[in-house]
Write a protein that binds this ligand. Sequence first.
Ligand SMILES: Nc1nc2c(c(=O)[nH]1)N[C@H]1C(S)=C(S)[C@@H](COP(=O)(O)O)O[C@H]1N2
Ligand SMILES: [Mo]
Length: 314
Amino acid sequence: MLIRRPDNIPPSEITAPELYQARREFIHSGSRAVMAAAAGLALPWGAAEAAALANVQPNRQKIDDKPTRLKDITSYNNFYEFGLDKDEPAENAGVMKTRPWTVVVEGLCNKPRSFAIEDLLKLAPLEERIYRMRCVEGWSMVIPWVGFPLASLLKLVEPQGSAKFVEFVTHYDKRIMLGTWQPVLDWPYTEGLRLDEAMHPLTLMAVGLYGEELLPQNGAPIRLVVPWKYGFKGAKSIVKIRLVEKMPGTAWNKAAANEYGFYSNVNPAVHHPRWKQDTERRIGEITKRKTLLFNGYADEVGQLYTGMDLKKNY
Ligand SMILES: Nc1nc2c(c(=O)[nH]1)N[C@H]1C(S)=C(S)[C@@H](COP(=O)(O)O)O[C@H]1N2
Ligand SMILES: [Mo]
């Protein structure tokens, strides 16, 4: 796969820590335009600016890593439905209509129901969560997501004892998703988690980033974020969540089972058959850094995998 270095970045566009701090203070009051202006960034999407999210709780997860520039998070994307190149989702995903939007939660639960996106935005307090994001291709970012724990949603539908896994199904519209005209993956893009992984407090349903609603290229209006797993587990633009008994198929596992397992936990000791996984390039940095076990979240999630052979369950 292609790994692109962020070259041609004028020094004026690299966010200084104090500007980032200023920008964070705008998160609760200001718009993305104001935040971007504070950081000296040009807005790539012009007038089509996302709406600010109200009442976002400040971040409680401590992280020393500096967040990636807004411009990189919104212009260097994987969203194969809208093209295979990193710049294509930002160019092409804007045609996706994200209102009205409904997420159906069904399967092995006592209270299956469908949620309008407006209900989901009010379902639990919105929190800012600054998470590392490690793509299986060997690059990474730090993203200030806004969202709520998936557990808050699942508790509402009351999973039954027989539910062991959660399957996520994403939006699929062949007319606008030109990337799906090629048989790269089995569309729609689907993902899955074990129920205990899905209920873990770090597992987030993201509806925004940098204090504003997600842009289409990042998986608007709602996507999954599982920070200790490779980025592809974070299914974008979700329309259905299913509680199931058996381990569900997942898009990348179905495409290449020997390269992408169901668990896909970030693990520097388990290499991809075609490249190593012990280092990564943080977008915005030049030198590589070491990849951390469970992407640095081992203290929080390690106990989910006690006794499991992580080489076999990759
Ligand atoms: N529906 C859908 N979700 C997806 C993908 C995709 O192609 N389609 N790509 C995945 C991959 S490989 C990564 S690394 C992340 C990237 O998320 P970002 O572009 O918001 O950083 O989205 C994941 N979710
Ligand atoms: Mo990825």
